[in-house]
Design a binder for this molecule. Structure first.
Ligand SMILES: Nc1ncnc2c1ncn2[C@@H]1O[C@H](COP(=O)(O)OP(=O)(O)OP(=O)(O)O)[C@@H](O)[C@H]1O
Ligand SMILES: [Mg+2]
Length: 134
């Protein structure tokens, strides 16, 4: 696999989420992540994909194999053009949900990865970028 290979997958249905999970599993296997670390990244991807679908009305997952200072990793970006998150501080609180969730998706995801960044704008959409290094 070339060091900067990348791609994109739609998040429009439950089936797309299954495919996105499989894609992340495959990529982490190719990067030789440990089984535990593979599952961390797949779980994080699953949570963010679900948020993009449920709250964002669907979106996309972009993936990229990144290499910094000889260290390789997987970067994932989940984008939607939904309503955005009005109060990010609240959304990043354990147990807070605006819907019927457990309110653990974002906070849980943050703990599973090495890099976590949210860019959100009310009325414009949400973009969450995560990365994990091998
Ligand atoms: N892509 C998004 N667009 C708009 N709002 C979002 C998005 N992602 C998260 N949110 C808001 O942030 C809140 C917290 O998200 P989080 O994933 O932590 O919990 P949840 O989805 O409510 O429950 P869980 O993921 O535990 O089932 C959501 O309830 C929702 O209000
Ligand atoms: Mg969630």
């Amino acid at each position: 696999m070339s060091p900067n290979s990348k791609g994109e997958a739609p998040l429009r249905s439950d089936h797309d989420i299954v495919l996105a999970r499989q894609q992340v599993r495959r990529l982490t296997q190719e990067l030789k992540f440990s089984l535990v670390d593979q599952t961390k990244m797949v779980t994080a991807a699953s949570e963010l994909a679900r948020n993009a679908l449920i709250y964002g009305g669907g979106g996309t997952m972009e993936w990229e194999i990144v290499s910094v200072d000889g260290r390789r990793g997987l970067k994932l970006r989940f984008s939607d053009e939904g309503p955005g998150i009005p109060n990010l501080e609240l959304a990043m609180t354990d147990g807070w949900t605006s819907g019927n969730g457990l309110g653990m998706g974002l906070t849980g995801t943050k703990r599973l990865v090495n890099e976590f960044d949210i860019d959100t704008k009310v009325g414009a959409g949400t973009r969450v970028t995560i990365a994990r290094w091998i």
